[in-house]
Design a protein around this ligand. Structure first.
Ligand code: GLN
Length: 256
C-alpha cells in the first residue's frame, strides 16, 4: 500500500472553527482509497527534514496565537519553501494562509512575518468578515480536479466553507486565486477572489471544516501528494460521497 505523511503545523496554536476536521477527512478518504497516512506534528521544537512531508496542513488562529507562531515558524521556512518548490502539497486555512504569505499586519502592533510562499500581503481591518463562503473554482483548477477521476462523475466546480477573519488579503502580481467569490467575502471586502495557489500549495479563508464538504478537493490533494511521493500519475475511481455532496450542494443552492 502507498504511504503519505501529513505535517501538521502548530496544531495546539492554529486550529479553530473545526480545522482539525481537514486532517480527519484526509485520513478517512485516504483509508477508503487504501493509502496509509501518517500525521507528524511540526510545532515549537520539532525536527523537520526536506522531503519528509507530502502534505503540510496549517489551520487558522487568533492574532495572539499568530504572534508566537510567526516568529517560531521562521526556522522551518527554508525547508517548507524547498519542499513546496519541488511539488509538496500544502493546505493552509485563514491565519495559516496569512502566515504562508509575505506578512500579516495586525490592527495594532508590528507586522507578523510570513514564510513568503504565497505572493500575498494581509492587513487587519476593523471589519470582521463572518459568513458562509461559496466560491466558483478557477477553470484550470476545475479541469485539473475533473481529470483525477477515471469515470465522469458529477463533481462540483464550487468550493464551500465558513469564514471568520479581520485580515484583508491582497493578491500581488502573478498571484493565482482559487476562484471567484459567489457568496461571502473571500480574500477581502471587495468580495471578488478567494484564496491563492502556488504550485501545490493552497491558501483559503474557508474553515468549517473545508474538506468534509468538498470531497473532490480532498481527492485532488491526495492525488497530488501521491504523485509527489511516487513520481507517477494517479487517478481515482469515484467514491460514494452522497452525504458530503448533499451538504455541499445544499449550501450552493442556498447562497447562489
Ligand atoms: N487572526 C486572523 C484574522 O483575524 C486569522 C483568523 C482566523 O484564522 N480565523 O484575520
Amino acid at each position: 500500500m502507498k504511504k503519505i505523511t501529513i505535517g501538521y503545523l502548530y496544531p495546539e496554536y492554529m486550529n479553530i472553527y473545526g480545522d482539525t476536521g481537514n486532517i480527519i477527512a484526509l485520513l478517512n478518504r485516504g483509508k477508503s482509497r487504501e493509502i496509509i497516512i501518517e500525521v507528524k506534528t511540526i510545532s515549537t521544537n520539532d525536527s523537520l527534514n526536506s522531503g519528509e512531508i507530502d502534505i503540510y496542513f496549517f489551520g487558522g488562529g487568533q492574532d495572539s496565537q499568530q504572534v508566537f507562531v510567526s516568529q517560531n515558524i521562521q526556522k522551518y521556512k527554508s525547508i517548507i519553501k524547498e519542499d513546496i518548490s519541488r511539488g509538496a502539497v500544502a493546505l493552509t486555512i485563514c491565519g495559516g494562509y496569512q502566515l504562508f504569505g509575505k506578512f500579516y499586519r495586525p490592527y495594532e502592533g508590528d507586522d507578523l512575518k510570513g514564510i513568503d510562499i504565497f505572493p500575498v500581503e494581509t492587513y487587519a481591518s476593523n471589519t470582521r468578515m463572518i459568513n458562509n463562503l461559496v466560491v466558483q473554482e478557477d477553470s484550470s483548477l476545475a479541469k485539473q480536479i475533473a481529470k483525477i477521476y477515471r469515470e465522469n462523475y458529477n463533481i462540483p466546480t464550487t468550493l464551500v466553507g465558513f469564514e471568520n477573519h479581520s485580515g484583508q488579503t491582497q493578491l500581488l502580481s502573478g498571484a493565482q486565486a482559487l476562484g471567484r467569490v459567489i457568496y461571502g467575502y473571500g480574500n477581502n471586502q471587495s468580495k471578488q477572489y478567494e484564496g491563492c495557489r502556488v504550485n501545490n500549495a493552497f491558501g483559503t479563508y474557508m474553515h468549517g471544516s473545508l474538506l468534509p464538504k468538498n470531497p473532490h478537493l480532498t481527492d485532488y490533494l491526495l492525488t497530488l501528494a501521491l504523485e509527489y511521493r511516487y513520481k507517477e500519475k494517479v487517478t481515482f475511481d469515484a467514491l460514494p460521497s452522497e452525504l458530503a455532496l448533499e451538504a455541499h450542494n445544499f449550501i450552493v443552492r442556498t447562497y447562489k
